[in-house]
Design a protein around this ligand. Structure first.
Ligand SMILES: [Zn+2]
Length: 247
């Protein structure tokens, strides 16, 4: 399994990255995990849009799903003809939400994608064993555990501190964890985590490596890195565009 970080900017695109998007490749199968604002452009540096086998959406905030609109144009209006629909797994209401975002068009989101509703549990997507769990965020949000050939990636999506993340990340080789906040008073509860909280989850889950992502453009990433490094003894890395993990 090889993971490529396509977009890591939290909440909105930053000057050097689109919003959340990760490409997972295993045995020639390509899974796109989240497709936030701007990500469908950067994704084409790493794969053709016609070569993606499946897409998973962690939740319906725009910085995690909205570039499915642009992707639908590639699918529906390609000069060689409409492309076969790509399976998209997301929270309940994903198709409806994206259909409203697209508006009234000749070809629809349902023409471009085969939508399926995620529920907590374990399933296979291509060669990947995928376990999902509910995170603590204002809208229904799934964290992911992806396993292939003895290697495991855990992904927090967006979440406040939660034991569910420790559960799905237990013993993972890499935890790709959101770190939207830096230390400070009055952080909202049940929305996001500080880099230090991400590191505390990495410690409790006993993961091999922590990669901080969903970094918001108004924070200094060096501060996030320093604060996380104080709370996790293993390697801590900042997500960056094109960074490859596990491969
Ligand atoms: Zn969110």
């Amino acid at each position: 399994m090889q993971v490529t970080i396509v977009g890591w900017s939290g909440s909105f695109p930053g000057p050097s990255s689109p919003a959340s998007c990760y490409l997972i490749e295993a045995d020639g199968f390509r899974l796109v995990l989240d497709l936030g604002n701007g990500a469908v452009g950067a994704l084409q540096r790493y794969t053709g849009l016609g070569d993606v086998d499946a897409i998973c959406v962690s939740h319906l905030h725009s910085d995690h799903c909205l570039d499915l609109i642009g992707y639908s144009v590639f699918q529906n209006y390609h000069p060689d003809g409409p492309r076969p629909p790509i399976p998209v797994s997301g929270p309940a209401g994903t198709q409806d939400r994206l259909t409203r975002a697209l508006g009234s068009e000749r070809r629809t989101m349902a023409d471009a994608f085969d939508f399926a509703t995620l529920t907590p549990g374990t399933t296979d997507i291509g060669p990947l064993r995928v376990t999902t769990g509910h995170m603590d965020h204002p809208v229904e949000t799934f964290g992911f555990r992806l396993t292939h050939a003895g290697k495991t990636l855990a992904y927090s999506a967006d979440t406040g501190p939660t034991g569910e993340l420790v559960k799905i990340a237990a013993g993972a080789d890499v935890l790709l964890c959101e770190a939207s906040f830096v230390d400070g008073p009055d952080r909202p509860v049940g929305e996001h985590m500080t880099a230090r909280q991400a590191a505390e989850h990495a410690s409790r889950a006993e993961v091999g490596e922590l990669v901080l992502t969903h970094l918001v453009a108004w924070n200094d990433p060096a501060v996030s890195l320093a604060q996380a490094s104080e709370a996790f003894a293993g390697p801590v890395t900042l997500a960056s565009s094109g960074l490859r993990l596990l491969g």
